[in-house]
Write a protein that binds this ligand. Structure first.
Ligand code: 3H9
Length: 733
């Protein structure tokens, strides 16, 4: 017989059936409900006296209310059937990958996680989890509540709740220390990392590792041959490695990891019941907190960003061979992305020597990598990668490519001539992409007979390391080119966002007012790059603005400003404030940044910034005595980051981003915006509040009416006035 819950309206059934606790009548009702249901979240079968439960809740068998109800009811059914043991398995790709995150923030639905875990741990028959895929969060907690765990050799387990700003709240903080010891448990939960089958076995988190094909049968054998064994009965020793725990505590700066360590300490000192109560109290504090909201917002944002309304993934070209035009730093990094994911790639350069240099440059980068030095990248694997790489100096070599990414310097004429050549030699189905970060995709596409196959693929430097890929759709880019660029992002394991075709796309467009405001702050008597950067670092940015400029190269921004006619005072609009004059002076002084050992900071030790009196002297010439002499760190955050968020609303108004959460993804994955703040849009809307954002910007703009980027964007102002939520933004366009 099949037992379980109808997955959709079954939620209502579960609420009705589990008002408080469960009784025989409720169980009977549940069985009837499941019998009449065409969809079941947990399938029950009795095989030779052993109850086998299959969790069936695609895509990842998350433990939503229907699954939890199905598990509890199936356990009761197994006991009623006098089963001799019980095995729980995940259908499809994985064992349950955790709680259903879409239920977070909704009224709690019964049965609770505690009830499910108790049912499995307290059962008087042996229970086993048969783990394949990824048993994460509540899924791994369910496995730990079982008496035994059998794992397929390629499966992974983990408690990644920390990445969602919460902690394992279904007993994980109490059961994992009992299985693997306090030290390993704290490390696994604070990092949220996934643990391989081999390591899980060595740590004692699982009892056996078997081939996937034998998983269910082996788990059945275990419950047939073993007695009841409860994790809660194990006593936890204290931490053993004081140094490691001190390091772990030092890196636990956010609320969730701090609470996780406290919970492990509670597991050491308390019996299971008290430990669970402690865990529940900490869980309640975290869930719904600003940090948890921000991180959970990003979880969904990072999955939504790859979806483009009106474009089907099926439109994507099947890319079997790729080309990269240009073997400089970007071209090499992009080629490495391809070979790292098993795709053959040809690098095109202007001469055979330059082409050979690109290939040896790639090889050198691999050999210098920590993966190679530590043996994670073996000589054999490196050879396999290099075998996927070829070079050429004749564009005809790209004729069989399905995708070509151009990565030469930012010059429209040069790019157009390359695209005209590509148009001549490549197949009509080949997608032609430009890695430009500033030039118009439409402008480049004008050089190609069919502009529909031209798209932007803006990789961030170093391309093989940075997670973000900002694809750009020009006015004439076709669905196949968009779908191919988005699919390639997924294949390259990048976080991929689609932007519209305007100067700077999403990320660099927003960088502009953010940077301008950081520069404007330098006019105040007490403010130098150190104060601005310290404030931004304290806020959580991975790097201060001035540190970032030194890394990127101060000559680059100067060249862009020159191309826009801004570095010449005579050609600037006198009615608009220009705060980059100090940056222009810095660049003219040859202080290009880290690459020359001096920029906004001095770099006596490579990559380590130190204050430089020469910079203070240079800035002194740009101070404005009419301004307040002392800005605070709070002022820096308000001014720089509200200018940033305000520009985000303009980006939305102009249709350059598909959704606010895409902007947050761009800034958290490409520009070091702190994940626990969710991105500039989430921070502005959820943390600060749109009304306050608008009021602060209005005050800043009133004081400096010649700064257009401080004027609240219309979309922001309208939403703030209406008291709207960020998710309602489309109604205000
Ligand atoms: C928890 O367990 C709390 C407990 O301690 C209990 C406390 C009381 N819920 O990532 P993908 C969706 S917290 C709902 O692209 P992949 C996802 O949105 C949870 N939905 O696939 C996407 O939907 P769509 C702890 C979920 O193969 C689709 O599944 N667990 C959940 O690259 C495919 O996802 C975690 O944090 C979920 N839990 O990776 C694990 N998970 O197609 C989170 C996924 O509509 N999940 N979805 O966009 C993951 O890490 C990855 O999804 C996984 C698969 C590795 C499982």
């Amino acid at each position: 017989m099949v037992l379980g819950q109808p997955s959709m309206d079954g939620n209502l059934g579960v609420l009705a059936l589990h008002p408080r606790g469960s009784g025989k009548e409720q169980l009977e009702l549940l069985w009837q409900l499941s019998r009449s249901s065409s969809m079941s979240a947990v399938r029950y079968a009795l095989r030779n006296g052993v109850a086998v439960l299959h969790v069936t809740s695609p895509p990842v068998n998350a433990l939503g209310a229907a699954v939890r109800a199905g598990l509890v009811a199936s356990m009761e059914r197994a006991l009623a059937d006098s089963a001799t043991g019980l095995v729980v398995v995940g259908d499809g790709l994985t064992f349950p990958a955790g709680a259903d995150i879409t239920e977070f923030g909704k009224p709690p639905m019964e049965p609770s996680f505690g009830e499910v875990m108790r049912a499995f741990e307290d059962a008087d028959i042996p229970t086993a989890a048969a783990i394949h895929g990824t048993a994460l969060g509540g899924g791994f907690e369910l496995a730990m509540s079982c008496h035994y765990r059998v794992m397929s050799s390629c499966a992974r387990v983990g408690l990644p709740e920390v990445h969602l700003g919460i902690l394992p709240g279904a007993g994980g903080t109490q059961r994992l220390p009992r299985l693997v010891g306090a030290d390993a448990a704290a490390e696994i939960m604070v990092t949220g990392r996934q643990v391989s089958a081999e390591e899980a076995l060595a740590l004692g988190a699982v009892d056996a590792v078997v081939a996937k094909a034998d998983l269910e049968a082996e788990a059945v054998k275990v419950v047939e041959a073993s007695p009841v064994r409860r994790t809660k009965a194990v006593l936890v020793d204290g931490f053993k490695d004081a140094d490691s725990i001190a390091k772990l505590k030092a890196r636990a700066t956010l609320d969730a990891p701090k609470s996780i360590i406290q919970c492990v300490e509670a597991a050491v000192c308390n019996d299971m019941q008290d430990g669970l109560a402690f865990e529940e109290a900490r869980f309640r504090e975290l869930q719904g907190s600003t940090q948890a909201n921000a991180l959970q917002h990003l979880f969904f944002a990072e999955r939504a960003c790859s979806k483009v309304p009106g474009v089907s993934p099926e439109d994507a070209v099947d890319v079997r061979a790729a080309g990269v035009v240009g073997g400089g730093t970007m071209g090499r990094g992009i080629a490495m992305c391809f070979v790292d994911n098993g795709l053959p790639v040809t690098i095109l350069e202007t001469s055979a020597d330059a082409a050979a240099a690109a290939i040896s440059g790639v090889e050198e980068t691999y050999r210098r990598s920590s993966a190679f030095k530590r043996g994670r990248l073996t000589e054999e694997a490196l050879t396999a990668k290099l075998n996927l790489l070829s070079s050429a100096s004749d564009v005809d070599a790209l004729k069989d490519c399905d995708l070509v990414v151009e990565a030469v310097f930012e010059d429209m004429a040069v790019k157009r001539s390359i695209f005209a050549d590509l148009d001549r030699v490549t197949k009509p189905s080949c997608v032609l992409a430009s890695n430009t970060s500033t030039l118009s995709i439409d402008g480049i596409a004008g050089a190609v007979a069919d502009p529909a196959r031209v798209v932007g693929m803006h990789f961030f430097s170093p391309a093989n390391v940075m997670r973000l890929l900002e694809n750009v759709r020009g006015a004439r880019t076709g669905p196949a080119a968009v779908a191919t660029a988005m699919a390639m992002g997924k294949r390259l394991r990048k976080t991929t966002v689609l932007a519209g075709d305007d100067f700077g796309f999403i990320g660099n467009r927003m960088l502009e007012p953010y940077g301008r405001e950081c520069l404007a702050l330098l006019r105040h008597a007490n403010c130098g790059p150190e104060l601005v950067d310290a404030a931004l670092l304290e806020y959580g940015m991975a790097m201060g603005f001035f540190q970032m400029s030194d890394l990127a190269g101060n000559d680059i921004g100067y060249a862009v400003r020159t191309s826009l006619g801004l570095t010449d005072a005579a050609s600037r609009d006198p009615a608009v404030e220009y705060s980059a004059d100090v940056a222009d002076a810095l660049a003219r002084a040859g202080r290009f940044g880290q690459k020359v050992g001096r920029g906004w900071y001095a770099y006596e030790t490579p990559r380590v910034p130190s204050s430089d009196p020469a910079v203070a002297e240079l800035i002194a010439g740009f101070k404005d005595a009419s301004l307040a002499p002392d800005v605070t760190r709070g002022d820096v955050v308000d001014r720089a980051l509200l200018a940033l968020a305000n520009e985000g609303f303009r980006v939305l108004e102009e249709g350059l981003a598909l959704r606010p959460s895409d902007i947050d993804v761009v800034w958290t994955s490409g520009y070091g915006f702190p994940r626990h703040r969710g991105g500039p849009m989430q921070w502005a809307a959820d943390d600060v509040g749109l009304a306050e954002v608008k009021a602060t910007l209005e005050a800043l703009h009133a004081a400096r009416p010649d700064v257009p980027y401080l004027k609240p964007a219309k979309l922001l102002a309208d939403m703030a006035d209406a008291g709207a939520k960020l998710g309602d933004w489309e109604k205000f366009l």
